[in-house]
Every structure is written in structure tokens, then in C-alpha cells.
Design a protein around this ligand. Sequence first.
Ligand code: PPS
Ligand code: MG
Ligand code: MG
Ligand code: MG
Length: 395
Amino acid sequence: FVSRSAARLSQLKQHFYPSSPAILHRRSISFTPAANRSIATMAYDKELEVALLAVQRATLLTKSVFSSHSKGTLTKSDASPVTIGDFGAQALIISSIKHAFPEDEVVGEEDADDLRKDASLRELVWGLVQSAKLEDSAAEDKIGGPIPSTDAMLDALDQGNSAGGRKGRIWALDPIDGTKGFLRGGQYAVCLALMVDGVPTVGVLGCPNLPIDDKAPLDASIGADADSGEGKGVLFSAVKGQGATSRPLGKGALQPSNPISMKSISNISEATFCESVESGHSNHGDQAAIASKLGITKPSVRMDSQAKYASIARGAGDLYLRLPFAKKYEEKIWDHAAGVVIVQEAGGEVTDAWGKPLDFGIGRTLKENNGVVGAPKALLPQVLEVVKEVLSAKE
Ligand SMILES: Nc1ncnc2c1ncn2[C@@H]1O[C@H](COP(=O)(O)OS(=O)(=O)O)[C@@H](OP(=O)(O)O)[C@H]1O
Ligand SMILES: [Mg+2]
Ligand SMILES: [Mg+2]
Ligand SMILES: [Mg+2]
């Protein structure tokens, strides 16, 4: 039977392409439809679309919380704030992921414990979740439409409980990164990344308070009182091997995207570096010492959240410095995964303060790393040399 089929195939080829062997070879590709399919569809295109729409819908929810009277703020056991915006955004995004990819796991920052205990808080979040809807029904359908009930909302929130790991597909989700920035009207980001075998592979950041214009200069006012008015609101994204993009944050179907890349600076002394607003989250003193050793004279740009990664990826800033205070603080994977793949795909690299690659495959935290440094690929060795000098001098 096999040799008969082979003979029949050869007859067919002869019939359709009797003359040139070159043409025969080229056209024979059409006998392998699987190969053609992989040319037509890019890897992870469904994951990217679902992540973009899910982050867009959740970002709209957070904006609605910001403009409402009460943000339902609670203080968590580590003394950090969480709001009804964080809970609502996490529930919506996990329900979108589980609709499209039911087998995938999620490492999410929040859980439903507080909402299960407090009926009025639960009702507030449920109201938000119900009214967060994309204005395009096809887009809304792709992320599963509305969450059907409060129980489904609580279950979705609790499905962010993956332990993480090095095998398979795991999403890292920070429903509001920079909650303090969110509360004070500064920068914050809705952050989602798909990790495949422990490697951030698809990343999306929703930054409602960053300027749409990739060329807009970064100034000190970016971190404070960045009202979400006209000309603001961006979705950044990247897929490993496919580059990074930005697009305006819309309310329905996805807007067209633009490619982004890091700025090429020839001399490190011209760099602008971005750091946290909160002085408890990174060591402003060490960062100033590093900048000065690099000959940097421009003041740092302080802003909350992964908006810093987005800003260096689009060339508005150049360096991300997050020097640790204490070796014992373990950075959370959801605070970095999306930003890291976006920076890498824009021509940058991110390591820890000692130059070690960030290891996203060992659980919910980057426990084998200490501090974070991001820079254009060509400049990273020079930056790391100075970072190590400053850190070693303290040991
Ligand atoms: N001690 C310490 N060291 C380092 N990082 C910490 C620390 N405490 C908290 N966090 C995490 O910081 C996240 C906020 O992001 P940034 O630090 O980049 O922004 S900023 O400090 O608010 O300016 C913040 O994320 P969200 O909780 O999502 O806002 C925290 O996960
Ligand atoms: Mg938090
Ligand atoms: Mg965070
Ligand atoms: Mg958060």
C-alpha cells in the first residue's frame, strides 16, 4: 500500500509539474499543508491576543475604580495595600485565561480570602467585574464574556495559586503592579506573562497613565499625578523571537500596534535611569552612586511599577535599576516576567545585580536572584561592572 501511494504521488507530481525539477521541488511544499500553516500563523498568536484583550478589559476596570469614590483599600499581612481594583482585575484576567486555555496554570498575586470573609467588599468587586465589558462583542467573546456569578469570580481569583515551576505553561499575573502608585494617581501597570518551561515567552503590560506617544520625553512628572486624561493609556506586548510593540489602550477591539525598541546611546553617561518611587523597594542611595560612577548627570526618573520596563523598552529611558536593601527580599515573578520579555524583545537584557540571569522557573519568587538591572544589551556589561563595584564595597 505504501509503495502504491508513493507511486500515485509521483504520478500526480508528474502530471501537475512535468518539466523543471526546481519547480517540482518548490511546489512540492504544497503537499505539506502543516508547513504552510506554520507560515500563515505566528507562534503564540492566540496567547498574545487573549492576553492583550484580557489586560485591556482589566485595565479599564482599574480605571473605573480610580475615578470612583471608594477604592476599597485593605492592608495585607506584609503591610502593602490591595484594592477592589486588584481583586477585580485578577478575577477577570484569570477567567479570560481559563476560558481560552483551561489547562494552563496561573501564579497570581492576590487571592479571594478577604472577599470570602467580607460580603460588602465582595459585592463591590462583583459590581465592578460585571460592568467591565469590552465594547466589541467579538473581542469580549474571545475572552469568555462576563463572569457568570460571584462564586465563579471567587474561584477565578483563587486559581492564581499555582506554585510556579520549570515545566509547561504557567502565567504570571500582577493585576495592579504599583498599587501605591495607583492610589496616588501615578504610574501603575496591569501585568501578564506566559512562561513556557520557566521562560517568559509572551508579555503584556497595560499602562493607563503612560503617554501613548512612544517618543514622548520622560520627565519627573511622569511618576506623580499622572492623570489618565487625553493622550494616555498604552498596551505593550512582546512574544519571544517576534519583537515588542505598543498600541493605544482602547475600549473594544485591539488598536493597531507599532514596533518599539530601546534607544541606541553611544555613551552611557547620556543614559536616563528609572527607579522605584518607594524608597523601601529599591536602594536609591546605591542607585545614585552607580549613576554617578557611570558619569550619568540626568536625574533619575522615579515611577511605580513595570511602567519602568515599558519606558526603557520604548526608548523613553535607558536603564532599570532595582538594587536590593536586604538579601532576604525575594522579588516576585509577577513583578518582572512581562516587563523582562518586552525589554528583551526591544533589544535589551535584564539580569540580577550580580549579572545572573533571572530564574523564573523555581516558584513564585526569584529566590536565586538578588536585585534587578535592565539595559540595552550592548551596555549591560558596563553597567553590571559598576553595580558589582558598588555592592562589593558594602560587603
Ligand atoms: N521590600 C521590597 N523590595 C522590593 N520590592 C518590593 C518590596 N515590597 C514590595 N515590593 C514590590 O514592589 C512592587 C511595586 O513595584 P515598584 O517597586 O517597581 O514600584 S514602586 O516602588 O511602587 O515605585 C510591588 O508590587 P505591587 O504589590 O503589585 O504594587 C511589590 O511586589
Ligand atoms: Mg501588591
Ligand atoms: Mg507588583
Ligand atoms: Mg500588585
